[in-house]
Design a protein around this ligand. Structure first.
Ligand SMILES: Nc1nc2c(ncn2[C@@H]2O[C@H](COP(=O)(O)OP(=O)(O)OP(=O)(O)O)[C@@H](O)[C@H]2O)c(=O)[nH]1
Ligand SMILES: [Zn+2]
Length: 200
């Protein structure tokens, strides 16, 4: 484990790095304030190179990452765990690019594309995230997410999810199909899509 002060566009965080000996994957959490305690505002963010680093508008990951850091900064206390190994909902970067191509060229939705590739729709697991939160002393969390299954997955590893806090970003022409598919096929709670313009 290593911890270092990390000044960001959203103010200073502590970057706490871990090596997950079970998987060999390096993980990092950004921590603000005193997080030992209850109901810690927490974002478990799945790696998305295209969205987080390149600003891709295919998905809303990049905007969610910034919004989560803003929310934690505003609260003065919280944790963002950035999960490597989660790229493409766990199928990896190249497979995700293939899945995006099937959406772009053949009109499949994000779920159909994974299935067409013979891959799981969601292969992510959250043991590392739960372990990191426990190590940081968070006894229960308010989870920034629109995905009800994420909280359930964390609870399977013994983490107490006190509440799920919506993390909605405004839909746009490029991500509206992806967002609708998440709502209709993956049970994401996205009430702000009602009445949003764009392809159905
Ligand atoms: N397979 C696949 N993965 C994608 C696609 N677009 C984004 N992703 C990945 O999806 C992951 C994020 O998952 P989402 O389903 O968007 O959202 P979530 O994390 O379950 O839910 P929130 O907590 O509300 O953000 C990231 O790892 C992205 O790399 C896609 O078209 N296909
Ligand atoms: Zn993304």
């Amino acid at each position: 484990m290593v911890a270092v002060r990390l000044p960001t566009a959203h103010g200073a965080f502590r970057a706490v790095g871990y090596l997950d000996r079970r998987t060999g994957v390096e993980q990092v959490a950004l921590v603000r304030g005193d997080v030992a305690g209850e109901k810690v505002l927490t974002r478990i963010h799945s790696e998305c190179l295209t969205g987080d680093a390149f600003g891709s508008m295919h998905c809303e990951c990049g905007e969610q990452l910034a919004a989560a850091l803003r929310a934690i900064a505003d609260e003065g206390r919280g944790i963002l765990v950035y999960l490597q190994g989660h790229e493409g909902r766990g199928i990896g970067l190249l497979a995700k690019l293939r899945a995006m191509k099937l959406q772009e060229d053949d009109g499949l939705d994000t779920v159909e594309a994974n299935i067409a590739l013979g891959l799981p729709v969601d292969a992510r697991e959250y043991r590392a995230a739960a372990g990191i939160l426990q190590d940081l002393g968070a006894r229960s969390v308010r989870l920034l997410s629109n995905n009800p299954r994420k909280g359930e997955a964390l609870e399977r590893y013994g983490l107490d999810v006190a509440e799920r806090v919506p993390l909605l970003v405004p839909p746009g022409a490029e991500n509206i199909r992806y967002l609708r598919a998440k709502r209709e096929r993956l049970d994401h709670d996205l009430p702000h899509l009602d009445g949003a313009p764009g392809p159905s």
